[in-house]
Design a protein around this ligand. Sequence first.
Ligand code: IPE
Ligand code: IPE
Ligand code: MG
Length: 243
Amino acid sequence: MSIQAMSDNQVPKHIAIIMDGNGRWAQQRNKKRTTGHKAGVERAREAIETAAKMQVESLTLFAFSSENWNRPKEEVSYLMELFIVALNREINALNKNNVRLKFLGNTKVFNSKLQQSIEQAEQLTAANTGLKLNIAANYGGRWDIVNSVNQWLIDSERMDTIDETTLSQYLSTNCLPDLDLLIRTGGEKRISNFLIWQAAYAELYFCDTLWPDFDANSLIEAINDYATRQRRFGKTGEQVSDK
Ligand code: IPE
Ligand code: IPE
Ligand code: MG
C-alpha cells in the first residue's frame, strides 16, 4: 500500500521503536560494536524522516535503557559521545522541519555536556508543531511508573488514592497520544523495560532485521502490517467491524 492510500486510522498516531541489533550488525562485519551504533544513528534519522512524511504524530526511539549502564565502560562512553555529536549535528535540521524534540528518562545523571545539549535542543524546538520526536535515554518503564507515583505523592500531599488516569498524567509520555505500534528490530521478542505501562494495548511488531539495516521501506512495511490489525480493546470482532 502506498503512503497516500492509507486512511487516517491506518497510520498509527504514536510509534515506538526498540532499535536493537547494532552490536550484532557490526560483529557480522568483523567491526567493533561501536561501528554498529554509528550506523544506527543514520537509520534513526531515516525513521524520523519517514514518520514525519507519513504524518505520524509521535515517534519514540529507545536510545539507551536504564539497564544499558551495565555494558562495558568504553561502549557506554562511546554512546554518550555519540548522543552529543548526533544531537548537535541534527538539531538545526530537526528544528527547521518543525520537529518537537523531547527526552524521556532520567537524564539528570548524564554528564553536563550532554545535559546541556538536551536542554538546548528541547528549548529550541518546544514550540514546534510537527512530529513529536521523543528520545528515550536512561529510560526504564519501571522508573517511569515509580517516578510518576512519587511526583503525584508530592502534589497530592497523600490525601487521595491514585487512579489510572492520574498515574498516566504523571508519566513521561503524558502529552503524547496513546502508543499504537511498538516495533522491535533485531530478533528478540521482549520489551526490555521500555514503555511497559504505555504498551498495554499497543500492537506489537517484531522483526529480525538488525537496526542498521532497518530502512524507510522496513518502517513502511511495519506500518502496513499495523493497518491490517483489528484493534478490539476487549470487544468482539463483530462489534468493532460494525462501527
Ligand atoms: C541496540 O543495539 C542499541 C543500544 C542498546 C544502545 P545493541 O547494542 O543492543 O545490539 P545487539 O543487541 O548487541 O546486537
Ligand atoms: C534495549 O536493547 C535497549 C535499547 C534498544 C536502547 P538491549 O539490547 O539493551 O535489550 P536486552 O538487554 O537484549 O533485553
Ligand atoms: Mg541488544
